[in-house]
Design a protein around this ligand. Structure first.
Ligand code: AMP
Ligand code: MG
Length: 691
């Protein structure tokens, strides 16, 4: 059996439309692929869900992915029911039977009436279906306390084993699955028909097709939802993850069950294998530097970030119009060729084949082929007027420019030679169907939007924007615009860091400023960890009395104090607070900005689901001279004038004006010692850092 690539889990609902706002007891779907998870999708009614499922399956099949689709309602009834109702014990015949009878609209359906009709048709007294959620009585359907008789088994074998599972005979009441079966089987039946030959239903059919429909029961293994998350959304997400994490052979073994009529609940009897906790995305020691090194070189520190950081953001489908600047979560392939049909690259006249040297004269057909026209046809030996972008009519493969011809009396005259195919574009010469048009991890550019649109992509799987919180620390800080006491300074870092994060393409969240007070900082970090994906702090990151960022991270047992061989730069405190990465930047604005560009930016890119980014620089002659310590990398505020790199007059790390003066950084490598005017130095424009 070929392994599954995608797992889509659906929490079904037998009730009416639940409105536009995501809520519980609605239909929820979650997708987990071998390449990562998507955020759960809220589906307000079955019509929306059916369309969503059909489009999802189309997309997965087109991409060559094998799909396991799980639905949380019974696929069959206790033995004898199918035979009694539709005259055949084949459960899939019963699916068809339901599909032919259920009428479903967002705000009304006939499930209770049908249950009553079935009861009456069986003629065995009031039952097996019971419970009516309507005001009116339904013929043949007993309410909870009425007389009741069930000629079939009260529960399926699976329900006897699954403690807490509801019986399929109960049509209403919280958690009752009876209605879900009535309202679910018709949808699955139509999907089976729509994808004829590509869907196998478990455990009735051999799972050799690209799509498998499997009965699941999320409460079996999902566990409680985290605070603030809708239970249904959590459960499908969790089950999809559990299934996707299973080893293929184990999954295949778990799918071996024998329940020819009633069906079975996937995973029953294998709960422990499924209840594998999700690994934390980052380990507590993810920022640990090699032991015993006093000053770590910049490249070593960067290599470590590159190796250990993984995406923290969920995936969502995003419409093309909103996709600029977003990071693709998966590669995207062209649905349409560009150009889709062979067409003319110029305004002129089209005909078939090469023409030799000398004069040519041929009749023109009436009419013309313009851009957007469906391709017509032109008889052999004739020519047709064509306009740029028009699909070539059948019988045309060569075009001559209008400037090179004479037209008279309905005839075209020109002198050869002209090559076959001249002035035309081949179908797919730019992009073919199935070509990759967007790599996973790429940040979508305006040019990408053109390519995606041209190739028929209206929506892409994108990472949600990384939420980056910014906190300033220090008793000396006041917000600009507020009164400052003597001895205070305005908080310069927070506006700068907020701006940088926005320019990097993330979502910057202002978490304010905290004094040098451990308890206040602790509670601010606690709040922040619930709200954002990453936290940037400035100030208080060294190992002094008032360096509370490093002290708290140390206390949490997840801190690495980075002493990097870099100037400007003081120690950085990196760590996790409740699993959220914290970058404790130095307080000095110059060091804070440079450490952000050099360390935080590539790290944030990885956490956001993008690739590793190395800022592109180029070598230019120095317009300055300088001596420096060997063994340390230095970044100077710089700009290019007359083809040479100038540096800011002062290297003082409190000189904010120099940051603003600069247009980039000169990077002096570790072993450089003396730079004289005219020496080649590496200049990295701020643009290379995404600014
Ligand atoms: P610290 O890293 O907290 O020891 O601070 C180092 C230097 O940076 C001190 O001179 C601070 O006053 C200054 N500083 C810290 N935070 C900020 C800020 N948000 N804006 C401007 N200067 C700051
Ligand atoms: Mg401070």
């Amino acid at each position: 059996m070929r392994p599954f690539d995608s797992f889509v889990m659906i929490d079904w609902s037998g009730g009416n439309d639940t409105g536009p706002k995501p809520r519980k007891d609605a239909i929820w779907a979650a997708v987990h692929r071998t390449t990562g998870a998507e955020s759960p999708v809220y589906l307000r009614n079955r019509q929306v869900a059916e369309t969503w499922l059909a489009e999802f399956l189309e997309r997965e099949l087109a991409a060559g992915r094998r799909v396991l689709a799980g639905f949380d309602f019974p696929f069959g009834y206790p033995a004898g029911f199918a035979e009694a109702v539709c005259g055949c014990s084949d459960p899939l015949a019963l699916w068809d039977w339901f599909e032919a009878r259920i009428k479903d609209a967002p705000h009304a359906n006939n499930r209770f009436d049908l249950a009553g009709e079935i009861n009456m048709g069986l003629g065995s007294g009031p039952g097996p279906f019971w419970m009516n959620a309507l005001q009116r009585d339904v013929a043949g359907l007993p309410r909870r306390k009425d007389d009741y008789n069930n000629p079939f088994a009260e529960r399926r074998a699976a329900e006897l084993q699954a403690k807490g599972a509801f019986t399929c005979w109960q049509m209403a009441g919280a958690g009752a699955v009876g209605s879900q079966v009535f309202m679910g089987l018709p949808v699955l039946t139509r999907l089976r028909r729509h994808f004829a030959g590509q869907v196998a239903v478990w455990p009735y059919e051999v799972l050799e097709r690209p799509v498998a429909f499997v009965e699941i029961w999320p409460s079996l293994t999902a566990g409680p939802a985290p605070d603030g998350m809708i239970k249904d959304a959590w459960q499908v997400t969790e089950i999809a993850r559990q299934l996707a994490c299973l080893d293929h052979d184990v999954l295949a073994e778990m799918l071996q069950v024998d329940a020819p009529e009633e069906g079975w609940i996937f995973g029953l009897g294998h709960e422990e294998r499924l209840r594998v906790p999700a690994p934390p995305p980052l380990r507590n020691d993810c920022f640990a530097l090699p032991q015993g090194v006093h000053w770590t070189p910049v490249d070593e520190a960067l290599a470590l970030l590159k190796e250990r950081l993984v995406p923290m953001t969920a995936v969502e489908g995003i419409a093309l119009e909103q996709a600029i600047g977003r990071i693709a979560a998966q590669e995207v392939r062209a649905l349409r060729a560009n150009p889709p049909l062979p067409n003319t690259a110029v305004d002129g006249y089209g005909f078939t084949g090469a023409k030799a040297e000398g004069m040519h004269d041929m009749p023109l057909v009436t009419g013309r082929a313009a851009a957007g026209d469906a391709p017509g046809s032109v008889p052999d030996g004739h020519a047709v007027r064509v306009l740029t972008g028009a699909a070539l009519p059948v019988g045309v493969d060569t075009v001559i420019l209008q400037e090179d011809v004479q037209i008279a009396n309905g005839r075209l005259r020109f002198s050869g030679p002209i090559k076959a195919g001249a002035n035309t574009r081949d179908a797919g010469e730019d992009v073919n169907v199935g070509d990759v048009v967007l790599e996973a991890g790429r940040r979508v550019t305006a040019a990408d939007l053109a390519l995606l649109a041209a190739t028929g992509i209206s929506e892409i799987p994108a990472r949600q924007r990384l939420k980056v919180g910014v906190i300033s620390t220090g008793d000396e800080l006041a917000n600009v615009g507020e009164a400052v006491a003597e001895g205070q300074i305005f908080d310069a870092n927070r506006p700068m860091l907020m701006g940088l994060i926005g320019q990097f393409g993330h979502c910057a969240v202002d978490l304010g400023r905290v004094p040098d007070d451990r308890a206040t900082l602790r509670s601010r970090l606690d709040e922040a960890a619930c709200e954002v994906d990453v936290i940037l702090t400035s100030g208080g990151a060294s190992a002094g009395d008032e360096d509370h960022v490093s002290a708290l991270l140390e206390e949490a047992g997840a801190m690495a104090l980075w002493r990097i061989a870099i100037k400007p730069g003081r120690p950085l405190a990196l760590g996790l607070w409740d699993g959220v990465p914290v970058f404790g930047l130095p307080g000095n604005p110059v060091a804070a900005m440079i450490c952000t560009l050099v360390f935080a930016r590539p790290a944030l890119d990885l956490l956001a689901g993008g690739g590793w980014s190395e800022p592109a620089g180029f070598d230019v002659p120095a317009a300055f001279e300088k001596r420096k310590k060997a063994g340390r990398r230095e970044y100077l505020r710089a700009r290019i004038r007359k083809g040479c790199a100038e540096v800011f007059a002062s290297e003082g790390s409190g000189r904010i004006s120099g940051l603003s003066w600069a247009e980039g950084l000169v990077e002096l490598c570790e072993d450089a010692r003396e730079i004289t005017v005219g020496d080649s130095v590496r200049f990295i424009p701020f643009g290379s850092f995404g600014l």
